[in-house]
Design a protein around this ligand. Structure first.
Ligand SMILES: [Zn+2]
Length: 308
């Protein structure tokens, strides 16, 4: 290899490595004067997205900012803090975590002094699985995050509860279903803004992931999500949703569960059920291949337990 060629090669390599180390910019959507969605990239954590692949919501209150979901590493948390600083000079005083999955909570550590809020089960699961999530992030992104550590909530809400709350002058309803996407989800509704923040109970254009789910409760949570008088709906992943998108997702999950149940009652195995189900709508969703096998197994176990 000639020296010129070698130099060129090194330059390209450095450029690629450098480009990969950049966290992608958020798509900022202004919902109203005080509520903004920061839409992250979609997909699994990777060297390309540096563990940033989640949506967050910024709510600007009287004296400070409430951030819903903080990203998958301390670096993503800092990245979000920079994006917030471009919108408002007020400090982040509160973080709400919609559930315990690492992509939603591991940025908490970047917001020193902020009060963290979640469901009680989410807090328990952050304490129990937080370090495993740091490892998952490190494995998928391909490097260490020595400053990322789980920070569980200080203020929690019990399951099956709906709590009216006022944070920084903003009215909020925290709705905690009895498990859905995970055992510890929480949806946030802003009645005066008519904004619903769904965490991963609501995902748009990507496959709902049932690995940690209670599918039947999830279907119930989707029915509940449809009751809120929301005009803007922020999903955990994907573009903003309308009420009809939520209705579509509700129908998709309910139809899926009913299909698995019908197959079970015919005595079919989960792979036979997969062949029998009408998955045309599912196949249009991102990450379908990665998640669908696990989803069927999860629903099958649930159906089996319910029919035992
Ligand atoms: Zn997620």
């Amino acid at each position: 290899m000639s020296r010129v060629f070698l130099t060129l090669f090194i330059l390209i390599f450095v450029k690629v490595a450098w480009a990969e180390a950049q966290i992608p910019v958020s798509r900022v959507v202004k919902i109203n004067e005080r509520v903004y969605a920061l839409l992250g990239p979609m997909g699994l954590p990777s060297p390309h997205n540096q563990g940033y692949m989640v949506n967050s919501t910024v709510i600007i209150g009287d004296q400070g900012v409430i951030l819903v979901d903080s990203g998958g590493t301390d670096e993503v948390g800092k990245h979000l803090a920079k994006a917030i600083a471009k919108i408002t000079s007020k400090p982040v005083t509160h973080i709400i975590n919609t559930h315990h999955h690492g992509d939603h909570v591991l940025g908490n550590v970047a917001f020193k002094g902020a009060e963290i809020i979640s469901s009680e089960q989410c807090k328990v699961l952050v304490e129990k699985t937080g370090m495993e999530w740091v490892q998952i992030m490190e494995n998928l992104v391909g490097r260490k995050f020595p400053n990322t550590r789980p920070v569980p909530a200080m203020l929690t809400f019990k399951e099956e509860s709906s709590n009216g709350h006022n944070l920084q002058g903003v009215n909020m309803v925290f709705w905690v279903p009895r498990g859905s996407h995970t055992p510890g989800d929480m949806m946030v509704y802003l009645p005066d803004d008519r904004v619903l923040i769904g965490g991963d109970i609501l995902v748009n254009t990507t496959t709902p992931v049932m690995r940690d789910a209670n599918v039947r409760n999830w279907i119930g949570a989707l029915a509940k999500a449809r009751e809120f008088d929301a005009t803007t709906i922020v999903p955990g992943h994907g573009p903003l949703m309308s009420k009809s998108d939520v209705a579509k997702l509700h129908k998709l999950l309910a139809g899926f569960y009913a299909g698995v149940e019908a197959g079970y009652k015919k005595g079919l195995s989960d792979s036979e059920i997969r062949n029998m189900l009408d998955l045309a709508e599912w196949k249009k969703l991102k990450e379908y291949e990665v998640n669908m096998g696990g989803n069927i197994s999860r629903a099958y176990l649930e159906v089996e337990a319910a029919n035992f």
